[in-house]
Design a protein around this ligand. Structure first.
Ligand SMILES: [Zn+2]
Ligand SMILES: [Zn+2]
Length: 373
C-alpha cells in the first residue's frame, strides 16, 4: 500500500504489492447461524505482524459458540470474521519481522497471540494469559479470524506447518488436534496404559484415539452405535464400549476392558454431563480424569474426598496447547501417525456447515477452502 509506512512492509517473493480486496465470511448477526461473504479491505501488517494468505480454515465447534454468543467468556461481533484453524502462506511482514518467515506456510490457532511476559505465559499456561487474543472472536479479547483470504497475525506466535502435511489436514489439528494431544501429553503415562475416551467417535475423539495410540497407550473408545464402533476400531481403538448398549452397566464394561482394574486415565472430550458424572468411576487406582469438553449447562464431576485419598485419584482440566504442543501435534501427523477425517467445501458454504454443525449432522471435521494456494 502506498503511504508513509509502505517502506516498513516486507513482501514475499513474487508479491509486488499488497492485494486490495479480501474475500471474507462475516457474522451478520451474532446470536443466529448466519454468515455472508463480503469484500473487505486488506489490512497492512504492523510492526511484528505477518499477513497470511489463508488457503484453508477448519470450522470448529467453538466458532459456532462464538457466532451464537452463548458462551459468557467470549463471543463474536456483528460484521466480525470468525475462524481459528487457518493455514496459509506469509505474503507480507511488518517492521522488525525476520524476513525468513516470508513465503513460509504457517498456521493460526485459537490463541492468535499471548503477551509472552506475564506469569501464566512464563509457566506455559498460554491459554490463561490475560493479554491473549482469540482468533475469530469479538470484543476486546478478539482479533479477526481465518474465514478470510488475508489475516494478520503475530509473527512470533504463528505455527510452522511441517512439509509433507497437507494444509487441509493441518487445519483441524491446529485446534482439535493440539487440544487433545496436550490433554494426553500431560498425563505422562507409561506405554501400554489404558486411556478411556468418552466421545471417541467425535471430532476431538477421533484424533484422540490416534494420538493416544501414537503415544503407546491402549484405548477404550466410548461412543454409541455401530458406525462409531467401526470408525473407532479403524482408527486403532483396542476396545469399543457402546454406551447405548451398556446402559447402566457401562462402568463395569470400562473397568473390565482395562484388565478389570479401570482406566489409568479418562479424557472426556465430549461435553456430556452424563460422561462427567460417570468418568470418575472408570478410573483405576492412581488414575487421572482430564476434562476437555465443556458442558453447555451444568455437568459436575462428583468425587468423594475418600476416593481421592484412598484411590489416589486426580482430576484436572486441559485447554488448547502451547506453541511447542502444536509443533509436536503437527509432527506426529506429518509422520503419518495421525490423520484427521476432513471434508473440504468452499468458504461460501460456511452458513450451511454451521447449520449442520448446530443440528449435530456432521461426521467429519469441516474445512473451508478460503483461497487458491
Ligand atoms: Zn477450536
Ligand atoms: Zn501473558
Amino acid at each position: 500500500m502506498p503511504g508513509a509506512h509502505a517502506s516498513d512492509v516486507q513482501l514475499a517473493k513474487g508479491i509486488s504489492s499488497l492485494p486490495k480486496t479480501n474475500r471474507a465470511a462475516v457474522y451478520t448477526k451474532v446470536g443466529e447461524v448466519a454468515t455472508e461473504v463480503r469484500e473487505l479491505s486488506v489490512p497492512e501488517p504492523g510492526p511484528g505482524q505477518v499477513l497470511v494468505k489463508i488457503t484453508h480454515s477448519g470450522v470448529c465447534h467453538s466458532d459456532l459458540h462464538v457466532m451464537l454468543g452463548d458462551w459468557s467468556f467470549v463471543r463474536g461481533d456483528d460484521g466480525g470474521v470468525g475462524g481459528h484453524e487457518g493455514v496459509g502462506n506469509v505474503i507480507a511482514a511488518g517492521a522488525g519481522v525476520d524476513p525468513s518467515l516470508l513465503g513460509k506456510r504457517v498456521g493460526i490457532k485459537w490463541l492468535a497471540t499471548i503477551c509472552m511476559s506475564c506469569k501464566q505465559c512464563w509457566h506455559d499456561r498460554d491459554c490463561m494469559c490475560a493479554g491473549a487474543k482469540i482468533s475469530g472472536a469479538g470484543g476486546a479479547v478478539g482479533t479477526p479470524g481465518t474465514f478470510q483470504e488475508y489475516t494478520l497475525s503475530d509473527a512470533k506466535y504463528v505455527t510452522p506447518i511441517p512439509d509433507g502435511l497437507d494444509s487441509e489436514l493441518a487445519a483441524p489439528l491446529l485446534c482439535g488436534g493440539v487440544t487433545v494431544y496436550k490433554a494426553l501429553k500431560i498425563l505422562k503415562l507409561e506405554a501400554g496404559s489404558w486411556v478411556a475416551i468418552p466421545g471417541a467417535g467425535g471430532g476431538l475423539g477421533h484424533l484422540g484415539i490416534q494420538y493416544a495410540k501414537a503415544m503407546g497407550y491402549r484405548v477404550i473408545a466410548i461412543d454409541g452405535g455401530d458406525d462409531k464402533k467401526k470408525l473407532c476400531e479403524s482408527l486403532g481403538a483396542d476396545v469399543f464400549v457402546d454406551f447405548m448398549k451398556e446402559g447402566d452397566n457401562i462402568v463395569k464394561a470400562v473397568r473390565d476392558a482395562a484388565d478389570g482394574e479401570g482406566a489409568d486415565a479418562v479424557v472426556v472430550v465430549n461435553s456430556s454431563a452424563r460422561s462427567y458424572a460417570q468418568a470418575p468411576d472408570f478410573l483405576a487406582i492412581g488414575g487421572t480424569l482430564v476434562a476437555v469438553g465443556i458442558p453447555g449447562g451444568s455437568g459436575p464431576v462428583t468425587v468423594e474426598p475418600a476416593e481421592l485419598v484412598i484411590r489416589d485419584i486426580r482430576i484436572m482440566g486441559s485447554a488448547v496447547g502451547t506453541r511447542q504442543d502444536s509443533v509436536e501435534a503437527l509432527a506426529l501427523a506429518a509422520r503419518g501417525l495421525v490423520k484427521p477425517i476432513v471434508k473440504v467445501e468452499d468458504l461460501s458454504e460456511l452458513t450451511n456447515i454451521f447449520k449442520k454443525m448446530h443440528k449435530g449432522d456432521l461426521v467429519a471435521r469441516m474445512v473451508v477452502k478460503v483461497s487458491q494456494d
